[in-house]
Design a binder for this molecule. Structure first.
Ligand SMILES: NC(=O)c1ccc[n+]([C@@H]2O[C@H](COP(=O)([O-])OP(=O)(O)OC[C@H]3O[C@@H](n4cnc5c(N)ncnc54)[C@H](O)[C@@H]3O)[C@@H](O)[C@H]2O)c1
Length: 290
């Protein structure tokens, strides 16, 4: 622990972890706590939140679980109140909770589109709406939105509601960074690439080796890679950074050969990329995603 976030209070949404593996929200909450912050762990699944709380407390950190649905305005207001009343204020908000539905647009119902937007975009909107006055009360703070490379690039898969929600976060980030910069509230977005988490694994697509070929560093990301970037954005070392979109993707947004899978002719950097997964991916609908 280096105490860089000593005395800070953070809300992390979707901070739980399940038996299926470590999610990005879990890693963010753990790292922020490890560096001194008290963290409110917001998750709609109680056991997920308490599992993260257990890990943080075992590490000597301080955290409280809050069971809530970010798509619900009452829950968003209540989580901010809980941070202020139980943990003493609010300095950091990380909008991480999200869901994905891999459904082509012609099969996407209005209800499904609204469900994804409700969690992934309305959730951050409401969390920011209630959190910003609390951040200003503390003399400023940091908001980090967790977007996705899928919000800025074609990742070779089809999940229009998810992509639209993640693009929407960029506009929200720019507006809030502009509106509250003079209040010392910094607002930034992190774009994870393909990260091995329960969400990513539940989609069950191309194998890990193939996914690793879709970026410049040759491996999938871990939840910890994302968490360290978020920690930086929340720290005083990032005091002059606002309105930024930061890909944490092993260079995938620079490389991004995934689109070529759509046409069935991978134009990868070596022959092996062209080989194996393309047929599987096309026949099963299994493709790369961020
Ligand atoms: N995993 C990846 O490859 C990847 C890539 C790009 C972006 N992301 C983004 O990173 C973030 C975390 O993704 P992950 O893969 O760790 O997800 P995950 O599904 O593994 O974990 C998400 C957590 O959020 C909780 N949650 C879901 N809906 C919620 C709601 N309405 N209210 C409160 N909590 C809710 C879940 O219970 C779960 O504990 C998301 O914003 C996701 O879009 C992930």
């Amino acid at each position: 622990m280096d105490g860089r976030l000593d005395g800070k209070v953070a809300i992390v949404t979707g901070a739980g972890t399940s038996d299926a593996g470590i999610g990005i929200g879990h890693a963010i909450a753990f790292v922020l706590s490890h560096h001194g912050a008290s963290v409110l762990l917001v998750d709609k699944v109680a056991e997920n939140a308490t599992e993260t709380q257990r890990a943080i407390e075992q590490d000597g950190g301080s955290a409280a679980a809050f069971v809530g649905d970010v798509a619900n305005p009452t829950d968003c207001e209540a989580m901010v109140t809980a941070a202020v009343e139980q943990l003493g204020g609010l300095d950091i908000l990380v909008n991480n909770a999200a869901i994905t539905r891999h459904v082509p647009i012609v099969d996407t119902s209005v209800e499904l589109f609204e469900e994804v937007i409700g969690v992934n975009l309305m959730g951050p909107f409401m969390a920011c709406k209630f959190a910003i006055p609390a951040l200003i009360d503390r003399g400023g703070g940091s908001i980090v939105n967790i977007g996705s490379v899928a919000g800025v690039r074609d990742t070779g898969t089809t999940h229009p509601a998810y992509c639209a929600s993640k693009s929407g976060l960029l506009g929200l980030t720019v507006d809030l960074a502009g509106a509250y910069g003079r209040n010392n509230v910094r607002v930034n977005t992190v774009l994870p690439g393909m990260v091995s988490t329960p969400m990513q694994e539940s989609i069950g697509r191309v194998d890990e080796e193939t996914r690793a070929r879709l970026n410049l560093l040759g491996r999938m990301g871990t939840a910890w890679d994302i968490a360290h970037a978020v920690h930086y954005l929340c720290s005083d070392e990032a005091a002059y950074l606002t309105g930024v979109t930061l890909p944490v993707d092993g260079g995938a947004t620079v490389a991004m050969p995934a689109s070529s899978f759509r046409a069935g002719q991978a134009r990868g950097t070596d022959a092996q990329v062209t080989d194996a997964p393309v047929t599987d991916a096309q026949t099963s609908g299994a493709q790369a995603s961020g």
